[in-house]
Design a protein around this ligand. Structure first.
Ligand SMILES: [Zn+2]
Length: 92
C-alpha cells in the first residue's frame, strides 16, 4: 500500500502514526491518525491540537506523489520511507 506518514507518534494516543489521507469530495489532503481516529486539517495543527471540524469523507490514503503535489512534501520526515517499508512488512 502506498501511504505517507506525516507525523509520528500521534500526540493524542502516543502510539498511532498520522497518515496523509484524502477527502473524497474535495480531494484535499488531511492528517489522520488511524489509531485514535483524530483528524487534522494541516500538519501544523497536529502540534497545536486543533482538530478538524468540517466534514470529511474518507477517500483513501494519499500517495507520496499526491502529498508532494499538495505541498506537504516538507512535512515528510526522512524516516517515512523506512516506516512505510516496515508497515508493508507487517511491523508497526
Ligand atoms: Zn492517535
Amino acid at each position: 500500500m502506498d501511504c505517507v506518514i506525516i507525523f509520528f507518534p500521534c500526540p493524542e494516543c502516543k502510539i498511532g502514526s498520522v497518515f496523509a489521507v484524502k477527502d473524497k469530495n474535495s480531494n484535499k489532503i488531511y492528517a489522520y491518525c488511524e489509531e485514535c481516529d483524530t483528524l487534522w486539517k494541516t500538519p501544523e495543527d497536529i502540534s497545536e491540537r486543533r482538530y478538524l471540524t468540517e466534514e470529511f469523507e474518507w477517500g483513501g490514503y494519499a500517495s507520496l506523489k499526491e502529498v508532494k503535489k499538495f505541498g506537504w512534501g516538507k512535512y515528510i520526515g526522512n524516516n517515512n520511507e523506512n516506516m512505510a517499508e516496515q508497515r508493508k512488512a507487517g511491523g508497526r
